[in-house]
Ligand binder design. Structure first.
Ligand code: ADP
Ligand code: MG
Length: 696
């Protein structure tokens, strides 16, 4: 039987029904395939034999070669232990056993030569090693190379199944499986110089050296990522072939007049590139679904506006939806001001739009005289009907779900092009995977002349230094944000610290006006307070994270973030993006308790060391894993990736993506002979799920 997935693990020599049941329950290992793809999570180096003299206290497990000089039993009852005095001629090692003493005593002899393998520890100048693995020199167990340690559960360990047991079973499985079918077509293996599958499986379980291990890993990661990409791209291609979209061949007077007469600045290279990408979509006749990522302040709004103008030039309407009333209003004002001279009719629709204005909007939408509608969720309501909606922009995507996007599409018989804009920087490789159904454009360049925000980490005990700094900014006519975390588990406490902070600020800066915003306020009050700050009737804004998204107040140059340790990196980055929006040097001060953990400190130091949102996001991803990325998991990754890491294996993701695309170009449904195994492998990979949380 060639198909390893169909070979039941029960029939592997040494396993049997009882252990098979355990393996299935705890590790999801049911077949030979599952066992061979249960990879070591770590490797210990057994390629070198060390001497006692070479040992250092911080060494991981290592092996020594020598003899036992004596065995001594110490202590009594539960406290008894066996100590073997081991010598390799360069020094002594006390080998300690706390259990299985009798068996050990019978097995090992003084004056025989052994290889012992374990973690050496030093105490008062004496070396010891507890419960080492012991082999005869030249025996199979003492083989060379790197030795894997396997993910296991406590239950398995208690039943005597160790890394060594798994290793032995893997060897048996490899020996028994005379044929291992490679799901990858031979030309792919050749083109990407991949290790053949059997060789890779053999090597990953027992690599001769690190180089071989890396090549084996590369091959197996590539396989995983190729299957994943094939699955996503096949789905995307199907969707595209089904949904026709608007064909926008023209660039006309709206775009041209605006571009030549009203554009307030030269576009950055990145903005131009992204507009080209979007234009290509609009000219393809297929519906566009594109994610536009750009760090805070990178100028996404102008890109959106220019694209909306192209839609107008092609006799359709456009709309822009923002997650909050404040943001919608800001977008409306920006756009209305920008297009004032080119005869574009723009209106704002939110929950608080008056009935009279609302009626006019409805009427103009239907008769086609309204060109661009900006608004909040209010745009989604059923009574908002367009004459011909051709282009939809959604700002700050993670607040809107996929279902809501679909409601906008459905406003037309021809689905409008959709541009989703987000400032949450998702590493590109992750975006390619998580937003499989979206194409991704990235603005990776800020407009010229921006000064990076200077970020400082300050402990509570230097609060008054920080306040003096704020005082200097205020004296220069600048404005300041002071942000408190929203603590969901204890809202009362959070509110109290916010209120206390507000009182303290008012006391400290008696000659300045202080606005105050939190999530529990009535929307009208919130807007009023925000307006005070935006119009510079207030100099300081004390707020919870409600200000996180989008607010644009270039005169605000300083942000103090209280209890910064409570925020995720991506969130800190978003917050920080509220300052540094004008020409002045801006500051972001992260305040924390004095006694934060070293790890927390390292996390916050990423913020002080870079202002690049992608670097922050990558770091966040590495530290927390993709599962925590806010809002990104809604589409879910249907595969469980055993080896590949979307955060760190970006290059392989890219290669696999290209390979998948080449394959599907010639064989979209993977039906030709060389690709049929790929198709099977995808079906089988998507079906499998494991509860990884139980594995340590
Ligand atoms: P975001 O991508 O965060 O939404 P915005 O679109 O709000 O950024 O742009 C931030 C600021 O940068 C705005 O004041 C905008 O006018 C300005 N801006 C955008 N593009 C450019 C450019 N190419 N050159 C100079 N300023 C620009
Ligand atoms: Mg924006």
């Amino acid at each position: 039987m060639n198909n390893l997935r169909l070979r039941d693990i029960t029939y592997l020599k040494g396993v049997g029904p009882k252990r098979a049941e355990l393996l299935a329950a705890d590790l999801g290992i049911k077949s030979f395939y599952d066992l061979l793809y249960h990879f070591p999570s770590n490797y210990v180096d057994r390629s070198t034999v060390y001497t006692v003299k070479q040992l250092r206290g911080d060494m991981p497990a290592c092996q020594l070669r020598g003899r036992f000089l004596s065995f001594t039993l110490k202590g009594e009852g539960a406290k008894s232990r066996l100590i073997g005095l081991f010598s390799d001629g360069t020094g002594l090692m006390e080998v300690v056993w706390f259990n299985r003493i009798k068996a050990i005593r019978q097995t090992y002899l003084t004056n025989n030569e052994y290889i012992i393998f374990g973690k050496p520890t030093e105490f008062n100048g004496r070396w010891s090693m507890a419960h080492p693995e012991i082999d005869l020199p030249g025996s199979k167990g003492a083989m060379q190379g790197l030795r894997g340690t396997y993910p296991l559960t406590d239950k398995l360990r208690n039943r005597g199944i160790t890394s060594r047991t798994i290793f032995a079973w893997v060897q048996t499985a490899l020996a028994t499986a005379t044929i291992i079918d490679d799901p990858l077509p031979p030309d792919v293996v050749a083109r990407y110089r991949l290790m053949p599958l059997r060789e890779a499986l053999t090597a990953i379980h027992n690599p001769v050296n690190n180089d071989q291990l890396q090549r084996a890993k590369f091959r197996l990661k590539f396989e995983e990522l190729l299957l994943l990409q094939l699955n996503i791209q096949r789905y995307t291609r199907r969707r595209r072939s089904m949904s026709g979209g608007f064909y926008f061949p023209r660039i006309g007077r709206f775009f041209n007049n605006f571009y030549s007469q009203c554009l307030p600045f030269e576009l950055t290279g990145a903005q131009k590139r992204v507009i080209k990408e979007i234009r290509a979509d609009m000219g393809s006749g297929r519906q566009m679904n594109r994610l536009l990522q750009g760090d805070v302040g990178s100028g996404k709004t102008m890109v959106a506006l220019l694209c909306m103008l192209i839609a107008l030039d092609n006799k359709t309407q456009a709309c822009l939806m923002a997650p909050t009333e404040i943001l919608a209003t800001q977008h409306f004002e920006t756009i209305a001001k920008a297009v004032a001279l080119v005869g574009v009719n723009v209106k704002l629709l939110t929950g608080s739009t008056r009935k009279k204005d609302r009626d006019l909007i409805h009427q103009q939408l239907v008769d086609g005289s309204l060109h661009i509608l900006v608004g909040t969720h209010a745009l989604l309501e059923d009574n908002v009907r367009f004459n011909n909606l051709g282009f939809v922009v959604i700002d700050e995507q993670h607040r809107f779900g996929v279902a809501q996007r679909a409601r906008l599409w459905n406003k037309n018989t021809t689905p409008p092009h959709v541009l989703v804009m987000t400032a949450t920087p998702i590493p590109r490789t992750l975006a390619m995977t998580v937003y499989g159904d979206l194409d991704v454009s990235v603005i990776d360049e800020l407009p010229p002349g921006r000064k990076p925000v200077e970020t400082l980490l300050r402990y509570d005990n230097r609060r008054y230094d920080v306040y003096r700094g704020i005082g200097r900014q205020l004296a220069q006519g600048r404005q300041v944000y002071i942000v408190y975390p929203l603590i969901e588990e204890n809202e009362k406490l959070a509110l109290r610290s916010l209120e206390e902070g507000y009182e303290l600020i008012k006391e400290t800066f008696p000659n300045h006006r202080v606005a105050y915003v939190h999530g529990k306020m009535k929307p009208a009050e919130k807007d009023h307070q925000m307006m005070l700050f935006a119009s510079h009737q207030a100099d300081i804004l004390v707020a919870t994270t409600v200000i996180e998204v989008g607010v644009n107040i270039p005169n605000a140059t300083t942000m103090v973030i209280e209890n910064a340790e409570r925020f995720g990196l991506s969130q800190l980055h978003q917050l920080r993006g509220r300052v540094g929006r004008g020409g002045d040097q801006s500051y972001c001060i992260l305040m924390t308790r004095h006694n934060i953990a070293a790890e927390t400190r390292r996390r916050l130091e990423i913020m002080t060391s870079t202002t690049d949102g992608f670097v922050v996001a990558e770091a966040d991803l590495k530290m927390r894993g993709p599962g925590d990325l806010e809002g990104t998991m809604q589409s879910g990754i249907p595969f469980d990736l055993r080896l590949a890491n979307l955060a760190t294996d970006g290059q392989i993701v890219q290669l696999a993506r290209d390979a998948a695309s080449d394959i599907l170009d010639t064989d979209p449904e993977l039906t030709t002979a060389p690709n049929r195994r790929l198709s099977q492998a995808i079906a089988q990979s998507t079906a499998r799920t494991i509860d990884w949380s139980r594995i340590s």
